[in-house]
Ligand binder design. Structure first.
Ligand code: SF4
Length: 353
């Protein structure tokens, strides 16, 4: 059993996760992008499976040093929407607030891989944090604050409580949403103290769990989710569609069902962003749409996330289908529409009389 988070190639090698022959190549990757694998995830990796989907998410690969032309350091264009450090204000009624740039694990596909980690941008401290809160106070249209990063649940409970209470005290902020991987990758961090810190007095907290493979929802992870939901905090899911991890219907079905069984409502399935050196983990939009069609055809409506693309360079997030309306949208001049049923057949839908 692994007891500590593995943060170097030497530690991964000692844990039997990296063969000696690959160490030198992987040292070069680790020098460029942060590495961390928590005990919960290290113990989940099947050492005998060269294509293990958990390993694919967390163990570095030489391919990460091969950046392709469309890839970019800020793939979703956060920086252009950052009026003060730590805030991203792209959509009128909500902001991202990045208090930390560290994570319990470092995902090899991370869209913020150039910013997170010990060599990343650093946490939001002192005057910078005060400026971020001031910005939120000064913009009454901000209804929701999304704590992200980094992973805000790496913060000590007292600091998290201070952040949540500060936000809750701002009259127009009604929702505090926390994006995290912690309940799955470090479930032991979900303590009574942390749960108390998550509650926003007089306001509503949501926790959005990022997990990509059903095996991540271990018994300990399920228990951590139960503690959160039992504390009165609703949960949502976020997943990234990843080649060789969850880009098959059996895995995606099991993942979405596992979320629902944990009382975590499937929310977004993200098409992987154009982060540098992540091409080997991306699939095509067509493959993603085909998976969404299969999911819609076979699995309960409770298990349906929206398939989302963050348009590169900051144009925002949009659902990318598939659409069940015929491509032309209308048929003839009478406003009649064609709709494709789950079995693929087209049907007329009459115009409004
Ligand atoms: S936990 Fe989130 S922010 Fe951190 S490396 Fe993974 S995807 Fe990136």
């Amino acid at each position: 059993m692994t007891t500590d988070t593995l943060r170097s190639i030497a530690q991964l090698q000692s844990a039997g996760l990296v063969p000696a022959g690959r160490a030198a190549a992987l040292e070069r990757v680790a020098a460029r992008y942060a590495v961390a694998v928590t005990p919960a995830m290290a113990d989940l990796i099947d050492r005998d499976d060269p294509n293990d989907p958990i390993a694919r998410q967390f163990l570095p690969e030489p391919a990460e040093l091969e950046a392709h032309p469309p890839e970019r350091a800020d793939p979703i264009g956060d920086d252009a929407f950052s009026p003060v450090e730590g805030i991203v204000h792209r959509y009128a009624d909500r902001v991202l607030l990045k208090l930390v740039h560290t994570c319990p694990v470092y995902c090899r596909f991370c869209f913020r891989r150039e910013m997170v980690g010990p060599r990343g941008r650093g946490g939001l401290t002192g005057e910078k944090r005060a400026a971020a809160y001031r910005y939120i106070r000064q913009h009454p249209q901000i209804w929701e604050v999304i704590l992200t990063g980094g992973d805000p649940l790496v913060l000590p409970a007292a600091r998290l409580r201070a952040a949540v209470c500060t936000l809750a005290a701002i009259g127009h902020v009604r929702i505090v949403r926390i994006h995290t991987r912690v309940p799955a990758v470090a479930p032991e961090r979900v303590t009574a103290e942390l749960l108390a810190a998550l509650r926003a007095p007089g306001k509503t907290t949501y926790v959005a769990l990022h997990a990509n493979h059903p095996r991540e929802l271990t018994a300990a992870a399920r228990a951590a989710c139960a503690r959160i939901v039992d504390a009165g905090i609703p949960m949502l899911s976020q997943s990234v569609l990843l080649r060789g991890v969850n880009d098959d219907i059996e895995t995606l079905t099991a993942l979405m069902r596992a979320f629902v069984e944990c009382r975590v409502k499937p929310y977004y399935l993200h098409h992987a962003d154009l982060a540098p050196g992540t091409g080997h983990l991306r699939t095509t939009i067509e493959a993603g749409q085909q998976l969404m069609r299969q999911l819609r055809g076979q699995v309960s409506g409770l298990c349906q996330p929206a398939y989302m693309l963050d348009i590169p360079d900051g144009a925002g997030k949009v659902p990318i289908g598939p659409s069940y309306l015929s491509p032309a949208g209308t048929v003839g001049d009478d406003g009649r529409r064609e709709v494709r049923a789950i079995d693929g057949r087209l049907h007329d839908y009459p115009p409004r009389r």
